[in-house]
Design a protein around this ligand. Structure first.
Ligand code: GRF
Length: 200
């Protein structure tokens, strides 16, 4: 069967990349195949995870270059992987509307809250969970969505709720959201998008 070629963009630890790799080896992702990993950070542990899984990787750094130069290199790397779907899994470098328009409905992101809560500019990493605790919500979670020019504003693909518990710190909540939502939801959503693309 023809598989959708997936490229995963990372900047850090890569636990979501690992969840995708694990799902692929368990046979839970069948309509797609991770063909490449691109990191905006040369020291990202995600690169080690890619290597251990035998997935080719590349580094593309923004520092010291214009947005256009950075994205031109990113596009040529994506072309070299012949990527059909791009998964942002903790990718911390901003992408312009020129880039997101190039890959309309082909870029998927995971955000650690139930969008439209605690999302958009400035909501990344622990800041998302700090804001959820500050607001006193009893439920939070994760959202997988298509990426467009509005930060966290693209069409929602899947969501999963997670309970906030008494005594939670941002770190504890972040860990629970990852374990109970992100690592389950992202592979499921990627498989769903790939399946829809193949069926088209
Ligand atoms: C995750 O919380 C994800 O939701 C957000 O960035 C974090 C990446 O973590 N977009 P990791 O690099 O996958 O461990």
């Amino acid at each position: 069967m023809n598989k959708v070629r997936i490229c995963v963009l990372v900047s850090g630890g890569g636990t979501n990349l690992q969840a995708l790799i694990n799902s692929q080896s368990k046979g839970d992702i069948t309509h797609g195949e991770i063909v490449g990993v691109i990191s905006s950070n040369p020291d990202a542990y995600a690169l080690v995870r890619a290597e251990k899984a035998g997935i080719p990787s590349a580094v593309c750094i923004k520092k010291g270059r214009s947005q256009e130069e950075f994205e031109d290199e990113l596009i040529s790397l994506l072309d070299s992987f012949r990527a059909e779907i791009i998964v942002l899994a903790g990718f911390l470098t901003i992408l312009s509307s020129r880039f997101t328009n190039t890959y309309n409905r082909r870029i998927i992101n995971i955000h650690p809250s139930l969008i439209p809560s605690f999302c958009g500019e400035g909501f990344y990493g622990l800041k998302v969970h700090e804001a959820a605790l500050e607001r006193g919500v009893k439920l939070t979670g994760a959202t997988v969505h298509f990426v467009n020019e509005i930060p966290d504003g693209g069409e929602i693909i899947a969501q999963k709720a997670v309970e906030v518990l008494p005594g939670d710190t941002p770190q504890l909540l972040q860990k629970r959201v990852m374990e109970q939502a992100e690592w389950i939801l992202l592979p499921q959503a990627v498989e769903l998008v790939c399946e829809r693309m193949i069926d088209k």
